[in-house]
Design a protein around this ligand. Structure first.
Ligand SMILES: Cc1ncc(COP(=O)(O)O)c(C=O)c1O
Length: 426
């Protein structure tokens, strides 16, 4: 039976057989036993979908992968040790030295650093483009070696909402996949594959886990991109000698990208998710729909409250009617504009620091997307490696405070912010 989104969060794809544990078992094993050498040989030729070794796949991790593929509407998913390694492997699955990535300016600081600094050292070039630039400008920023368009549904922390229609049109014109980091929106708020994205990725460390227990990442293959058109992706369309000449697109059709990522990049780089972390993340996803509903409601209520506060200079939340992304949010984030907002305290950076230090229930953490309300000053932390100009381009003013609005009672959240604002601005 085809489950609704909410039921898919609860049940996923794991179904206990009669007499088996109702809760997903943790396969805390590196290894799987076989009785035939031919069976093992088939594993090494990618002819068998059985588990071989936990660096490549594991039953508990597979249950999480299947659940994420289900929630995002993809054909396959591959888990990774972190959001960073999910981004790394996604891009390296189709880019090599000499290639070029066209990315939005409004991406997470770690992704920005990966693309602009670490990939540059590997000979992979990039151009950053304002996500709100006209279609022609985005297309013009590409080169003949552009292999991917990369953007976030909800930019962290600029909270820009991606214009999927425009970005997917650009990707189609260029004949490259649109890769979207959907970490802040989650599939509860937006399913990028339904709006023209080809590959979706997540830091599952955030809302998927939801309880700040496990670092992890996920790559979901939409199965919609034709890797054979245009001859741009020989890694997928020509023989892989490390698998005796196997051609991924011929052998695996729509899930070629995911199979290559697992068979080559997880095998060679080893950035694998641990079964225990997969189990905790799978458990977290069981309540994703309930948590996200509350995160969105609380974030909108706090944004409206801060907008009316005499101590607040500005508030940025796409769910606010006054927000420049409100129309895009209505179009692409129909279930709510997420749990993150940013704002500036009157009195700038100094008052902002005082505000953070006067919070009581709300914690100062280098994190976003768990069930507790928390704050962060991105300019001096997550984005400190960017120049001031790059910070401004990424939508980060020096005084910006990022709030990850939790699922506590909204009255308590508002009271904590009010007292800390009053203390900071007195
Ligand atoms: C949007 C986004 N993508 C990717 C990452 C990287 O994820 P991780 O910290 O799990 O490596 C983060 C981390 O904050 C993020 O916010």
């Amino acid at each position: 039976m085809k489950l609704s989104f909410n039921s898919a969060c609860v049940h996923g794809a794991y179904r206990a057989e009669s007499g088996q544990p109702q809760e997903l078992p943790i396969a805390q094993s590196t290894t799987y036993r076989y009785y035939s050498t031919d069976d093992v040989a088939a594993l090494f030729d990618l002819k068998s979908a059985d588990h071989m070794y936990t660096r490549i796949s594991n039953p508990t991790v597979a249950a999480l992968e299947n659940k994420m593929a289900l929630l995002e509407g993809g054909v396959a998913a591959v888990a990774a040790s972190s959001g960073q390694s999910a981004t790394l492997m996604t891009l390296l699955n189709i880019c090599e030295a000499g290639d070029h990535i066209l990315a939005s300016t409004n991406i997470y600081g770690g992704s920005h650093n990966l693309i602009t600094v670490s990939f540059a050292k590997l000979g992979i070039a990039h151009t950053l483009v304002d996500p709100d630039a006209p279609l022609e400008e985005i297309v013009a920023a590409a080169t003949p070696r552009t292999k991917a368009l990369f953007a976030e549904t909800l930019g962290n922390p600029a909270l820009s909402v991606l214009d999927f229609e425009k970005w997917s049109a650009a990707a189609k014109q260029l004949g490259v996949p649109l890769i979207v980091d959907n970490t802040l929106a989650t599939p509860y708020c937006c399913r990028p594959l339904e709006h023209g994205a080809n590959i979706v990725l997540h830091s599952t460390t955030k809302y998927s886990d939801g309880h700040a227990t496990s670092v992890g990442g996920m790559v979901i293959d939409g199965g919609t991109f034709d890797w054979t058109a245009g001859g741009k992706y020989p890694g997928l369309t020509t023989p892989d000698e490390s698998y005796h000449g196997l051609v991924y697109t011929e052998a695996f059709g729509p899930s070629a990208f995911a199979v290559k990522l697992r068979g080559q990049l997880l095998r060679d780089f080893g950035a694998v998710m641990a079964p225990q972390n997969a189990w905790l993340t799978h458990l977290g996803l069981e309540t994703l729909h309930v948590r996200m509903q509350r995160h969105c409601e609380n974030a909108l209520a706090l944004a409206e409250h801060l907008e009316a506060s005499p101590y607040v200079e500005w508030v940025n939340y796409p769910g606010l009617k006054s927000n420049k992304y409100h129309d895009l949010a209505k179009k692409y984030l129909a279930n709510g504009a997420g749990g993150v907002l940013t704002f500036g305290v009157k009195g700038g950076l100094a008052a902002g620091k005082k505000f953070i230090e006067n919070l009581d229930m709300t914690s100062l953490v280098v994190h976003v997307g768990d069930l507790r309300t928390s704050v962060l000053h991105p300019s001096s932390t997550t984005h400190r490696q960017l120049s001031e100009a790059d910070q401004i381009a990424a939508g980060i003013r020096p005084e910006l405070i990022r709030v990850s609005v939790g699922i506590e009672d909204i009255g308590d959240i508002l009271a904590d912010f009010d007292q800390a604002l009053a203390a900071a601005c007195r």
